[in-house]
Design a protein around this ligand. Structure first.
Ligand SMILES: [Zn+2]
Ligand SMILES: [Zn+2]
Length: 309
């Protein structure tokens, strides 16, 4: 079977486009100004074959724009498009999550400065209506105009033998996040848990992949501290998978992807598959990424990264 049918979800659509490990890494490098094939190869450490496979894919979905050497004074290479530039909010939330749960010399040395207020800051997600910080359980979901089933490709892209910890780039600011979500089934599992699904059977009903794949990914997410297994039945013992704080804190990252998917991955033009409400204020949820110091919504042009080198 090469197709999989699941409930339409902008998160899954976004992840099916850019949620692969190498696509996420490449987009991050492009955000830092890396553009040529050679620079990307050096930064990611993957083989030419895997890199050109992903670049071709990202160009085909309009997330990268390829410029030839003769086109302008810019260097030949791959550049952000309007579509991928809007993944900036998602990169910001990834950095916030990574900093909370991981500490590495490269990551700790980076300072984000909001030029508008002149302060070192942390990106935070707030509700566009009531301005409160958005928490995972303060959101309710209703079917939207685009609610239906999506037929999705099961095909696995060309794999790389290199593991993420060996990625040479010093500017991978959310490598650990990518390692956890950069497999489509793990990220699909996490997004189902935001809807309150906890048990193997109910998860498998929504995500009908082979049970050994599901069991394997659940185990991985338990080992990574995203899910906490709690027995709900004895003989045979069965577990529910509850989100840990580390797992709940991934919600803003997923929300940025959902919002991006609503805008950029609605190929049929049916509208949002799901309507989200912020239950704190009862308004349609729009998550805005803001500066922790002045509370303004972040504009990429007003953020600078000091890599401490
Ligand atoms: Zn609100
Ligand atoms: Zn600020």
């Amino acid at each position: 079977m090469t197709k999989l049918t699941t409930r339409a979800s902008s998160i899954n659509r976004a992840l099916d486009q850019i949620g692969d490990k190498w696509c996420l890494l490449i987009i991050q490098e492009v955000f830092w100004g890396i553009s040529t094939f050679g620079e990307m190869k050096a930064a990611t450490g993957v083989s030419k074959g895997v890199l050109s496979d992903r670049l071709k894919w990202l160009v085909s979905i309009d997330c990268l724009h390829k410029e030839q050497a003769t086109a302008s004074t810019r260097r030949p290479g791959y550049y952000l498009t309007e579509k991928s530039a809007e993944l900036y909010a998602s990169a910001m939330m990834a950095v916030t999550w990574e900093r909370k749960y991981f500490s590495t010399p490269a990551l700790d040395a980076v300072t984000l400065v909001h030029q508008r207020c002149g302060q070192a800051f942390k990106p935070q997600m707030h509700c566009g209506s009531c301005d409160e910080a958005i928490k995972v359980w303060d959101v309710s979901y209703k079917p939207g105009p685009g609610a239906r089933q999506d037929e999705r490709d099961k095909k696995v892209r060309r794999r790389s033998s290199i593991s993420l910890e060996h990625v040479p780039s010093q500017r991978s600011l959310y490598k650990n996040l990518i390692n956890i979500v950069g497999d489509r089934w793990t990220s699909n599992l996490i997004s189902l848990s935001f809807h309150g699904l906890k048990r193997f059977d109910e998860i498998n009903k929504e995500l009908p992949v082979a049970t050994n794949i599901l069991a394997d990914r659940l185990k991985f997410l338990v080992n990574e501290g995203i899910f906490e297994p709690k027995p709900y039945q004895e003989r045979p013992v069965r577990y529910e998978y509850h989100l840990s704080d580390k797992g709940k804190d991934l919600f803003p990252w997923f929300l940025t992807l959902l919002q991006w998917g609503d805008k950029w991955c609605d190929s049929d033009g049916n509208g949002k598959p799901m309507k989200l409400t912020h239950t704190k204020c009862n308004k349609g949820l729009v998550g805005l990424v803001q500066c922790s110091e002045c509370g303004e919504t972040l504009d990429p042009r007003e953020v600078s990264f000091d890599f401490g080198d």
